[in-house]
Design a protein around this ligand. Sequence first.
Ligand SMILES: Cc1cc2nc3c(=O)[nH]c(=O)nc-3n(C[C@H](O)[C@H](O)[C@H](O)COP(=O)(O)O)c2cc1C
Length: 206
Amino acid sequence: MKLPPLRRRISPSVLYPGTPVVLMTTVNPDGSANISPLSSFWSLGRRVVLGLGTDGQGTANLAARGECVLNFPSAGQAARVEAIARATGRSPVPEAKRDMGYLHVQDKFAMAGFTPVASAEVAAPAIAECPLQVEAGLLAMHAPHGGTDQGFAIAECEVRCVHAHETITIGGTDHIDVHGWRPLFYVFRHYVGSGEPVARNFRAEA
Ligand SMILES: Cc1cc2nc3c(=O)[nH]c(=O)nc-3n(C[C@H](O)[C@H](O)[C@H](O)COP(=O)(O)O)c2cc1C
């Protein structure tokens, strides 16, 4: 008889089994653009859900203006994401972040070496270098207990339009070439790329 794998109860400090890295672009109160690296993301149909810290400038911008762009970087862009990881568009820097060495950065595009490009349906610019760019409008911001219990809010957004680099689409169609694009994932605070696809779902279109 085959024994089940040995297991033990653990208390991980974070529970990030693996979600894509998303660079959320929003418009600051002064009209400039901000980039907030996120990973708490999932989508269902035209709806996307984001887990957001309530002390983030991107969170405040999304709540105030009701729009954002969700830019998905490639695995090869991890260093650019990490370059702005300890930055916030918020000034003054919230105390908890100051203790972790965060700095206020007004222009994260310049810091990461990214280029803003005009969006079609929202005021926030997309990041030209990110192969997949999703423009979205805010439907609801859920902040359990006013967001004060854990400092998190949950944003529910509706997709308005999607842009993709030609290089990750299949020959002029709306399909993403999963053999041609390596998204960047965040797994237990490590940046991870994906390997070759291992199988396809019965609903994947040829
Ligand atoms: C890879 C990565 C993933 C992150 N995921 C999230 C997330 O899902 N939600 C969140 O609120 N913050 C997340 N953060 C932290 C924010 O990026 C951080 O709070 C940042 O200061 C936000 O910038 P802002 O204050 O200019 O919006 C993540 C950071 C990194 C580097």
